[in-house]
Design a binder for this molecule. Structure first.
Ligand SMILES: [Zn+2]
Length: 82
């Protein structure tokens, strides 16, 4: 691993492990709408998913549990489609 200062880590909502935030995808709820964060930071309630878990069969279940609601299918298409 490279020595990097200021490595920010977040807990992945699927595997529950701390991961470097720059390798994670953030899903945010802004108002009543769900968005996959790209480059700009979005304010709102968010959940982080590490890159490995984007392919996890538990992705959908874990994200819905994090937000305590169903997420639109388009969110999962965005998450897994890249
Ligand atoms: Zn994970």
């Amino acid at each position: 691993m490279a020595n990097k200062q200021q490595t920010i880590e977040r807990i992945c909502c699927v595997c529950r492990k701390l991961q470097p935030i720059d390798q994670m995808t953030r899903v945010v709820r802004v108002g009543g709408e769900f968005l996959v964060q790209t480059d700009k930071r979005l304010n709102g309630r968010g959940a982080h998913v590490c890159s490995a878990c984007l392919q996890s069969p538990n992705l959908q279940k874990s994200l819905c549990r994090s937000f305590k609601t169903q997420l639109p299918a388009t969110i999962f298409q965005q998450l897994t489609g890249k």
